[in-house]
Design a protein around this ligand. Structure first.
Ligand code: PLP
Length: 453
């Protein structure tokens, strides 16, 4: 029997501070309170069903309440829920590390666990920094990031972040990073080729001038997520990796959003056969069940830390729940389902289906661009299609479209003027058909219906 909605709503208002949420707005609305999930749907305490149109912030893979994943968790629960990885090991953490190395780009042989994308990024940054330090290279201390980058919300991750709205206030706390443009063809005069060249030229120039001061570059490979699902022109990632290698700068791929099939390959780096020096994974690693992340490193990185105790080259970093057995067990089960259910092939087929379903939307007067890689979709709405003039921030066009989608039975969360559609990879074509229908109706309603201010 559900607790009463009113009671829960009042408690929520009294005590819960929600992430990325202006609580003054939120507390003026009736909160959505989820009680359970089944397949690609979530159900609120009042019994209403919603498609999970953004995979609960880009992480759900096989749907909710998946018997195989539940079983893996139950099995592990009967053994042990948690024991530390500091100086000891556990079975699921070992087996998952082996599996991750098998599926990762060649050469990433070591797995360092953590518990969120941001901590995985922190680890990559600290590893890159200490990698040079441990070898006696003292100058290489700074990082390259990309315009509008998002790598999580801890202070190190924010230091390589570049979304002013989220990051600017913290500037005095942060270490300095160099920023190069992320190619954004829709808003570049030279289109895809021009945007790509601008990125590569900026990187080349920076590396030629300052490679001896730079430890690593960090990039959201192929798809820059939080900036608005911006898709890189082909070949760009590969050339960036080559430039870094040529100039002895480490290449960190943040696959937190793109990893585990989201783009149609296991990792976005696979799309261009790139092997990073460090790769961060999180979100979909556990199928969207539990907070486990990992930073994968090459043997070369690892060996710079491998020394006699007295040399003090140890990587002094860890979290209480690092390598949590429950999380690792469910991640293993999720990766098992990837194979059993041919998930990657499925994503590619469904991506084509979604592309066809959404194509007619591009004729609408306020749909600027539909961007898609696999099952990561962003639809940029514009006030004026010819000039590409954006809606003003205060118009909250994305928020309003998402609210409309919720009224019609689908949950999503916008990125400014970009409507996000990132369904669970397990969604069937019939489900995707319904979801894209809601998506289209919501967009047309707020951009052409004109019923709300
Ligand atoms: N990196 C990227 C590319 C992300 O998209 C995100 C989250 O959206 C993160 C890192 C942070 O992950 P988490 O929210 O698990 O800390």
């Amino acid at each position: 029997m559900s607790k009463s909605y009113e009671h829960l709503a009042a408690l929520n208002k009294s005590h819960v501070w929600h992430p990325f949420t202006q609580m003054k707005d939120y507390n003026n609305e009736d909160p959505l309170i989820i009680e359970r999930g089944e397949g690609v749907k979530l159900y609120d305490v009042q019994g209403r069903a919603y498609f999970d149109g953004f995979s609960s912030v880009w992480l759900n893979v096989h749907g909710h309440n998946v018997p195989e994943l539940n079983q893996a968790l139950t099995n592990q629960l009967e053994l042990v829920a948690h024991s530390t990885l500091l100086g000891m090991a556990n079975i699921p953490a070992i087996e998952l590390a082996e599996r991750l190395v098998q599926i990762a780009p060649d050469g990433l042989n070591k797995v360092f666990y953590s518990d969120s994308g941001a901590t995985g990024v922190e680890i990559a940054i600290k590893m890159a920094f200490q990698y040079w330090h441990n070898q006696g290279v003292r100058g290489k201390k700074s990082f390259i990031t990309m315009n509008q980058a998002y790598h999580g919300d801890t202070v190190g991750a924010v230091s390589v972040g570049a979304i002013p709205l989220y990051h600017e206030v913290f500037r005095p706390l942060l270490f300095q990073s160099h920023t190069i443009p992320y190619p954004y063809p829709y808003r570049h005069d030279g289109g895809a080729e021009g945007a790509k060249e601008a990125t590569l030229n900026a990187l080349r120039k920076l590396l030629e001038a300052r490679a001896d001061e730079i430890a690593a570059l960090i990039v959201e490979p192929i798809v820059q997520g939080a900036s608005g699902i911006v898709v890189m022109p082909e070949g760009c990632l590969h050339e960036m990796a080559e430039l870094c290698r040529k100039h002895d700068v480490l290449f960190i791929a943040d696959e937190v959003a793109t990893g585990f099939g989201r783009t149609g390959e296991m990792f976005a780096c696979d799309l261009e056969r790139v092997t990073p020096d460090l790769m961060v994974v999180g979100k979909g690693l556990t199928g969207g069940y539990l907070p486990v992340a990992a930073t994968l490193a090459t043997d070369e990185i690892y060996s710079a830390f491998y020394a006699d105790y007295q040399e003090q080259k140890t990587f002094f970093h860890g979290h209480s729940y690092t390598g949590n057995p429950l999380g690792c067990a469910v991640a293993l089960a999720s990766l098992g389902l990837f194979e059993e259910r041919s998930m990657l092939e499925g994503v590619r087929t469904k991506a084509l289906f979604v592309q066809k379903r959404l194509a007619p939307l591009s004729d609408r007067p306020h749909v600027g661009e539909i961007r898609q890689k696999g099952l990561m979709i962003g639809i940029e709405l514009v006030r004026d299609k010819d000039s590409r003039e954006p809606y003003e921030w205060g118009e909250r066009i994305g928020v309003r479209a998402s609210q409309r989608a919720r009224e019609l039975g689908m949950l999503t969360r916008p990125l400014g003027n970009v409507i996000v559609f990132i369904p669970p990879l397990a969604a069937t074509e019939a489900e995707l058909e319904e979801m894209t229908e809601i998506l289209a109706k919501s967009i047309v309603h707020v951009t052409e219906g004109g019923v709300r201010s």
